[in-house]
Design a protein around this ligand. Structure first.
Ligand SMILES: C[S@@+](CC[C@H](N)C(=O)[O-])C[C@H]1O[C@@H](n2cnc3c(N)ncnc32)[C@H](O)[C@@H]1O
Length: 292
């Protein structure tokens, strides 16, 4: 059954705090960096079609840590090319942090940043109202499709912006991860706003397969230490639990039976492994790479 929870996505302050803690407690960014340094360079080498500048679009870029790493790999593959880097990001704080990071990062003179403080759907409306026809060489949507109302329509729109030889990469949690298991069991009970929230790469692959769209996929094994979630009254544990359930103050706002069921599943071998006194949640991610 659905409960009248407050969605974490609607509480910007708590969302940002819990996301930061999630990054500290997980290998989320490390496994993505391994991908960016190991696999992405060959993908980036294939874009551009010999043009003298490259157009990049980041959707839901957050504070830009991964974006700048990708831009640096891009420069290695296309030295000397100018880059137009557009950012679509609705959070003021994230955009501010991204700009600070840019100001502290050397060797970005060849990159022109364009900041769009808006959601993916606002960007789509803006694009259509202005009748824009610009094409992109590389678009990335990293851990953001949870926050759109219709992931299928969003992927279709952004893919339509690709230049020939362009690539779109999507990163989300895998349906094989602990998240996939948690959502399979509790999707209907946990927070439901007007966004899709519980989407995994399994859902995206289903509609890509149905539409006959080819893609390559890469699994990124990743873990998250959720031991604190099981310490009664631990503030950070409660914050992580909010991130896991997407519910504000899940510990106090969930009915006891739901809370007990979620806590049991979180430490069940389907979701987590226990070793050396730690409970380690399976945060496996998956990258999907789509052509134009
Ligand atoms: C989980 S964070 C991921 C940030 C970054 N891509 C990363 O992996 O570090 C999700 C990001 O999507 C942004 N976001 C939320 N709703 C969005 C929407 N409707 N359209 C675009 N971005 C959105 C959030 O502000 C946040 O920066």
């Amino acid at each position: 059954m659905a409960y009248a929870f407050k969605c974490l996505a609607d509480d910007n302050n708590r969302y940002l705090k819990s996301f930061r803690l999630f990054l500290e407690r997980s290998s989320e960014h490390q496994c993505m960096l391994d991908f960016i340094h190991g696999v992405l360079p060959d993908i980036l080498a294939s874009i551009g079609g010999g043009r003298s500048s490259l157009k990049i679009l980041g959707v839901g870029s957050g504070a830009g840590e991964l974006d700048l790493q990708m831009l640096s790999q891009l420069q290695l593959k296309h030295p000397g090319l100018k880059v137009d880097n557009e950012v679509v990001e609705p959070s003021d704080e994230m955009l501010y942090n991204y700009k600070v990071l840019v100001s502290k990062t050397p060797n970005l003179e060849h990159v022109n940043f364009k900041w769009n403080k808006m959601t993916a759907s606002e960007f789509e409306n803006h694009w259509q109202e202005k009748n824009l026809t610009k094409k992109m060489d590389f678009i990335h949507m990293i851990q953001m499709l949870y926050y759109v109302a219709d992931p299928h329509a969003t992927v279709s729109f952004f893919r339509s912006l690709l230049n020939e030889n362009g690539k779109l990469i999507i990163i989300l949690v895998s349906d094989k991860s602990g998240w996939g298991k948690l959502w399979k069991m509790y999707k209907a009970d946990l927070c439901k706003g007007d966004t899709s929230q519980c989407v995994t790469t399994g859902d995206i692959k289903s509609f890509l397969d149905a539409d006959g769209i080819k893609y390559k996929n890469y699994l990124l094994p990743s873990q998250m230490d959720i031991t604190e979630c099981f310490r009664e009254g631990d503030e950070r544990g409660e914050l992580l639990l909010d991130f896991l359930t997407e519910v504000v103050d899940f510990t106090r706002s969930a009915p006891p039976d739901l809370r007990a069921g979620v806590m049991d599943l979180l430490r069940h071998p389907d979701c987590s492994a226990e070793a050396d006194g730690k409970i380690v949640f399976n945060n496996t991610l998956e990258v999907l790479v789509l052509d134009a």
